[in-house]
Design a protein around this ligand. Structure first.
Ligand code: UD1
Ligand code: CA
Length: 458
């Protein structure tokens, strides 16, 4: 079979979203709509992808840097948009998928099947259709008496009889590229919306005696086009169920899967337990037996086997095997927590390495630091890493003990096995094994409270 190409239509504004963001840049489960479509095409084995951009071109092109770009300066309809990809594919004469950029639930297997049906049937076009309980807004597939696809008629152009048809156009097609671009030359905007409809190519091809077939989706959920934020939320819910189901069947416990949001690229090990109100996004990976949540958000992070992350936010960080985070910790980019380490309640860690078994149990900020193994950081201790101009590093050696409410004024180093006295502002290095103490001597005034009480009672 000839290598296939794909055209992804992503130039529309998406007026019905009522948004300053172009429609295809809206996200479900942390992934922009257009990315789902491009990734599905790639996963179906498509080599060349041309994305047609226009409205919000900068924002959209930044999302599809791995594709070729064609620009549609004026949004004159899906047919016009497809034509705009013509120059990029001028030398191409194989099968071309045309995909709406707002159909995120399409499975790669479906696109692969569309391509193999195209090849096997010898049709000039195979389109995807779906039978929908509520076909409002979709183009209807019109078949002739013998059941052959004759045309697609847009909702706004349908007569009452056509409106009653429940077979809908998904907005996804496989065309012979040469026939497609020839048919696009002949579109007219004489319709309810005054646009050049891609859908009109079906009737044009049929009138020329070309063969057009429809592949009807088994799972109509794949067809959901996103035009409004209500549809955006519905699609997210469908994808949530689809993804969670796969993970649960693979050995993940979700206490309430309706309250767990896992992105499509996230990897989960066996016997991972995820409590309610959790969001696991991006390239997050959770190893076997880790316990996440309740109430936890992880993005682009790794959590090692048997670790616990409770009611916390973790971004671009690595949590080691058996480590414990939270409740109410904020683990920020560049953090690497060693095996068995701990970041407890109201602890923020940024761009720091916390060594094996080291503990930051309560109310601390550790930023731009290298903390060795077996270290204990007392409650309320803070690295003063920012001097108003630069971020400076703190280094704490193995088995050091940082007394409660120590201010570590970076750049500063606390040596191996050293201690700092509670309440000290440490701005000079503490040598290994030494005690760093920075405090005024305490003075006790005998009998003071009795004297004060006597004065105030007078
Ligand atoms: C389209 C189909 C309809 C189908 C539905 C499925 C047409 C005329 N209609 O309608 O039959 O049932 O999808 O979801 O094709 N776009 C451009 N440039 C434009 C116009 C649109 O790039 O000038 C892009 C949009 O960004 C969007 C896609 O094409 O990603 C579909 O456009 P949209 O306006 O949403 O079409 P629908 O009205 O949903
Ligand atoms: Ca649409």
């Amino acid at each position: 079979m000839k290598q296939a190409a794909a055209i992804v239509l992503a130039a529309g504004e998406g007026t019905r979203m009522r948004s300053s963001l172009p429609k295809v840049a809206h996200e479900i489960l942390g992934v922009p709509l257009v990315r789902f479509v491009v990734d599905a095409a790639r996963d179906a084995g498509v080599g060349r992808v041309v994305t047609v951009i226009g409205h919000g071109a900068d924002a959209v092109s930044a999302l599809v840097t791995d594709t070729e770009i064609a620009v549609q300066n004026e949004q004159l309809g899906t047919g016009h948009a497809t034509r705009c990809a013509g120059a990029a594919l001028a030398d191409f004469d194989g099968p071309v998928l045309v995909l709406a950029g707002d159909v995120p639930l399409l499975r790669p297997e479906t696109l692969a099947r569309l391509l193999s049906d195209w090849e096997a049937s010898g049709a000039d076009c195979v389109m995807l259709s779906a039978r929908l309980a509520d076909p409002t807004g979709y183009g209807r597939v019109i078949r002739d008496a013998s059941g052959h696809v004759e045309a697609i008629v847009e909702h706004k152009d349908c007569d009452p009889e056509q409106l009653a048809a429940d077979e809908c156009n998904v907005g996804v097609y496989c065309f012979d590229a040469v026939r497609l671009f020839a048919a696009l030359e002949r579109l007219s905007p004489a319709n309810a919306q005054g646009e050049y409809y891609l859908t009109d190519t079906i009737a044009i091809l049929r009138a020329d005696g070309a063969k057009v077939e429809a592949l009807t989706l088994d799972d109509a959920d794949e067809s959901h086009g996103i035009n409004t934020r209500v549809q955006l939320a519905n699609a997210a819910r469908i994808l949530q169920h689809r993804i969670n189901r796969v993970h649960m069947l693979a050995g993940v416990t979700m206490v309430d899967p309706g309250l767990v949001w896992v992105g499509p690229k996230v990897k989960l090990g066996r016997d991972v337990v995820i409590g309610p109100m959790c969001e696991l996004m991006g390239t997050t990976e959770i190893a076997d037996g880790a316990c996440i949540g309740p109430g936890t958000r992880l993005r682009d992070s790794f959590v090692g086997a048997g670790a616990t992350v409770e009611q916390s936010v973790v971004r671009e960080a690595r949590i080691g095997e058996g480590a414990s985070v939270g409740p109410n910790a904020f683990i920020r980019p560049g953090t690497v927590m060693g095996p068995g380490s701990k970041a407890g309640s109201f602890v923020e860690v940024k761009n720091s390495t916390i060594g094996e078994g080291s503990k930051v149990p309560h109310l601390s900020y550790v930023g731009d630091s290298t903390v060795g193994s077996g270290v204990n950081i007392g409650a309320g201790s803070i690295t003063c890493n920012y001097d108003g101009h630069e971020k400076n590093r703190t280094v704490i050696g193995d088995d050091a003990f940082i007394g409660s409410a120590t201010m570590l004024v970076a750049p500063v180093e606390v040596g191996k096995g050293a201690m700092t006295a509670a309440g000290s502002a440490i701005s000079k290095d503490v040598p290994p094994g030494a005690l760093g103490i920075e405090r005024a001597l305490q003075r006790n005034i005998e009998g003071w409270t009795a004297r004060r009480n006597a004065e105030t009672d007078e």
